[in-house]
Design a protein around this ligand. Structure first.
Ligand code: ATP
Ligand code: MG
Length: 174
């Protein structure tokens, strides 16, 4: 899967709607400490269905909504749109939106879907919120310190078989 564009609005420090085109090849994001580089990676993880506020460096999921500054009021919602091309060459557009007091809602190619559907979409493409392709600050130290079970989980994700577990869990719950 190729991520082609990200659009953020009210997400963490990206208060005004911001569109980032990701061209083929290597893209570098540079800027001073605290300018929002890690927030961008978190936006990718979030739109792919991340459900743990902790891995978004947040206490609760609503904390991803722009919290306001001395001169700017807070926002009521955060939205991230990810445009990608699948390995089959199809266009994929995923939108996640969270409103204060209302939780998250997802759209895939214009239709409302469940969080689970988004997780499956990305798990089957061997990517997603917990993909080993997304390495956050401090993650390397975490791999070294991980318990065996956690490390196995990381390896399964790296091997692209984590999607099978999501499907098995889904089947078992029926
Ligand atoms: P470093 O180079 O230190 O790793 P960085 O470029 O990765 O920095 P980030 O961690 O992405 O920076 O951005 C941190 C900034 O995002 C901080 O200024 C923080 O106040 C801001 N921020 C995070 N969440 C919110 C929020 N909900 N509302 C407003 N600002 C936020
Ligand atoms: Mg950072």
């Amino acid at each position: 899967m190729l991520i082609k564009q990200l659009r953020l609005s009210g997400f963490k420090s990206f208060v005004e709607p911001s569109t980032l085109r990701i061209e083929p090849g290597l893209t570098g994001v540079v800027g001073p400490n605290g300018c929002g580089k890690s927030n961008l990676l978190e936006a990718i993880r979030w739109v792919m269905g991340e459900s743990s506020p902790k891995s978004m460096r947040s206490g609760g999921m609503e904390d991803v909504i722009f919290a306001g500054t001395a001169t700017r009021p807070q926002r009521d919602f955060a939205e991230v749109q990810l445009s990608a091309e699948t390995d089959e060459g199809d266009e994929l557009e995923v939108i996640r939106r969270i409103e204060r007091g209302a939780g998250s809602a997802y759209r895939v190619n214009g239709s409302d879907v469940r969080a689970k559907d988004v997780a499956l979409t990305f798990a089957d493409a061997a990517t997603g919120a917990h993909s080993p392709a997304l390495v956050s600050q401090g993650k390397i130290a975490q791999v070294i310190a991980a318990k065996p079970v956690e490390r196995r989980q990381m390896l399964e994700e790296a091997a692209g078989i984590a999607g099978l577990h999501v499907r098995r869990k889904d089947a078992e719950s029926k």
